[in-house]
Design a binder for this molecule. Structure first.
Ligand code: CMC
Length: 432
C-alpha cells in the first residue's frame, strides 16, 4: 500500500506530511516534524483541529452521535452494565470476569475510609467552600498519604491506587457535603454497593439511616457510567498534560477536577438548573433565554446546549432524558423543571440559529434534573460529574505513562506582544 501523504505548500516550497489513520478511518496529518521542516507551527486555538495523542480508550463520532468505551456502544453499557464494571473496562481495556470484578469491588470496599488525619483537613475549609475546591485539594492531600502509590509500576499497584482513588473520592464528596451542612460525617458501610454507599454517607444522619431505593441507585449509577470518559475533553486533556510532565496520579487527577469545575465544562450542569429555576420563578422566559443565547452582543449561552465534538444529539443526553422519564415514573415524582427543559429543548431545536450551528442538548442538560430528584444539591452536581469521570482520567493517565512516545505537552504560540523595547527607569514613566 502506498504511503498516504498530504502536500503543504508555503510560498513556492512543497512539503510532504504523512497521514495517520485511526481504526475508524479518522484521518490526521502528522505534523511532528513540521517546524523542523518548515519553520512554521500550526495555529489552532482551543485545539479544535488538533489530535494530541493516539488513544485506545474511547471513540466518538460527533457527526453521527456515536460514543463507545473500548469499542462497546454507550447504549449497550447503559442497558447491561454498571459504573464499577465500566470503570474496570476503561482502565484495563476489557470487561472484567466475575472474579476480577469481585476483586475490584472488594478493593473498593476495603479502601472506602479516609485516614483519620485527613478528616481534619476538612476543618480548614470555611463552611461556604465550594465542594469542587475541597475535592481537588483533598485528592492532592490524599496523595501525601500514599506517596508510594502515586506512580504505580505494575498492574497490581495500579489496581490498588485506582481503587483507592475511586473509593475515597466518593467518601471525600460525601464528607464535603456533610461539612457544608454542618452535619457529622457518616462513615462508609462495608455492606453497601458503590452508589448506595455514597447516598448513605450523604443522607444518613446518626439517628436515621438512609437507604436509597434501587431505582434511585440505578439512576445515579447510570449518571456515573455516562460520564465515565469522553476522550480528549478539557479535564481529561488537563490530566494528560499534567501527567506528561511526570506528575503522579493524585496530582494529575486533582488538576482534572479544577478544569472540570469550569462552567463551560462540568460546571454547566449547575448552570442548567440555575437557568431552569430562573425560568420557573418567572425571572426570565424560555423565549428570552433562546433570544439571549442568539444575541452576539451578550455572552449568555444556552447552558447544556452545544458541544465541541457532537454536531448531532449527544447520545448521553438521550439516555439521560430516558432515564429521567423512567425514574420519575417509578418514584412517582414530578419536577416542573423537567417540563421547562423539554419546552426549552423544543424551542431551541426549532430555531434556525441552533439548527444551523448543530447545537443539541449535551450531557449536562438532563443530568441535573435527575440529580435534583434524588436530593443532590446543585453545588454538588459537578462533584458527582467528577466521581463519574474518574475512571476515564485514570485510564488516560495510564495511557500517557505507558505510551513510549509520550513527550511533555508543551504547545507553541504565535507571539503578538511588543517587539523589543528598552527598560524605562521609574522616574521617567510619568506621574499617573
Ligand atoms: N448557546 C448559544 N450559542 C452557542 C452555544 C450555546 N450553548 N454553544 C455554541 N454556540 C454558538 C457559538 O456562539 C458559535 O456561534 P458563531 O459561529 O455564530 O460564532 C457556534 O455556536 C459554535 O460554537 P463554539 O463556541 O465555536 O463551540 P465550542 O466548540 O468552542 O464550544 C461549548 C463548545 C460546549 C463550550 C459551547 O457549546 C457552550 O458554551 N455550551 C454551553 C455550555 C455547556 O453546556 N457546556 C457543557 C459541554 S458538554 C459536557 C462537558 O464538556 O462538560
Amino acid at each position: 500500500m502506498s504511503k498516504e501523504e498530504a502536500i503543504l505548500q508555503i510560498d513556492d516550497k512543497k512539503y510532504k506530511l504523512p497521514l495517520v489513520r485511526g481504526v475508524e478511518n479518522e484521518c490526521g496529518i502528522d505534523i511532528r516534524n513540521l517546524r523542523a521542516q518548515t519553520g512554521c507551527v500550526t495555529f489552532d486555538s482551543g485545539f479544535a483541529n488538533t489530535g494530541a495523542c493516539e488513544s485506545t480508550i474511547t471513540y466518538i463520532d460527533g457527526e453521527k452521535g456515536i460514543l463507545r468505551y473500548r469499542g462497546i456502544p454507550i447504549e449497550e453499557l447503559a442497558k447491561h452494565s454498571r459504573f464499577i464494571e465500566v470503570a474496570y473496562l476503561l482502565i484495563w481495556g476489557e470487561l472484567p470476569t466475575a472474579t476480577q470484578l469481585a476483586h475490584f469491588s472488594e478493593l473498593l470496599t476495603d479502601n472506602a475510609t479516609l485516614h483519620e488525619n485527613l478528616k481534619s483537613h476538612f476543618e480548614g475549609f470555611p463552611w461556604s467552600a465550594h465542594p469542587m475546591a475541597m475535592l481537588s485539594a483533598m485528592i492532592n492531600a490524599l496523595g501525601c498519604y500514599h506517596p508510594d502509590l502515586g506512580e504505580p509500576e505494575c498492574h497490581e499497584e495500579l489496581m490498588a491506587v485506582a481503587a483507592r482513588i475511586i473509593s475515597k473520592v466518593r467518601t471525600i464528596a460525601a464528607f464535603s457535603y456533610k461539612m457544608s451542612r454542618g452535619e457529622p460525617f457518616i462513615y462508609p458501610s462495608p455492606t453497601r454497593r458503590y452508589v448506595s454507599n455514597l447516598l448513605h454517607m450523604m443522607f444518613s444522619v446518626p439517628h436515621q439511616e438512609y437507604d436509597a431505593i434501587p431505582e434511585v441507585s440505578r439512576a445515579l449509577d447510570m449518571v456515573f457510567m455516562l460520564h465515565a470518559d469522553h476522550e480528549q475533553n478539557c479535564s481529561t486533556s488537563t490530566v494528560r498534560m499534567v501527567a506528561s510532565a511526570g506528575a503522579n496520579l493524585f496530582s494529575s487527577v486533582s488538576a482534572g477536577v479544577c478544569a472540570l469545575w469550569g462552567h463551560l465544562h462540568g460546571g454547566a450542569n449547575m448552570e442548567v438548573i440555575r437557568m431552569l429555576e430562573r425560568i420557573h420563578k418567572g425571572g426570565t422566559s424560555i423565549k428570552a433565554c433562546v433570544e439571549m443565547a442568539k444575541d452576539k452582543k451578550g455572552d449568555f449561552r444556552l447552558m447544556g446546549f452545544g458541544h465541541r465534538v457532537y454536531k448531532n444529539y449527544d447520545p448521553r443526553a438521550r439516555l439521560l432524558k430516558q432515564a429521567c422519564d423512567n425514574l420519575f415514573a417509578k418514584i412517582d415524582y414530578e419536577d416542573p423543571l423537567l417540563d421547562i427543559a423539554r419546552e426549552l429543548e423544543d424551542a431551541a431545536l426549532n430555531d434556525p440559529y441552533f439548527a444551523e450551528r448543530n447545537l443539541y442538548p449535551n450531557v449536562d442538560f438532563y443530568s441535573g434534573i435527575i440529580l435534583r430528584s434524588i436530593r443532590i444539591p446543585t453545588n454538588m452536581f459537578t462533584v458527582l460529574f467528577a466521581i463519574g469521570r474518574l475512571p476515564g482520567w485514570i485510564a488516560h493517565w495510564r495511557e500517557v505513562n505507558e505510551d513510549q512516545s509520550t513527550r511533555i505537552a508543551r504547545p507553541r504560540q504565535i507571539y503578538t506582544g511588543y517587539n523589543e523595547r528598552a527598560y524605562v527607569p521609574i522616574e521617567k514613566r510619568g506621574l499617573e
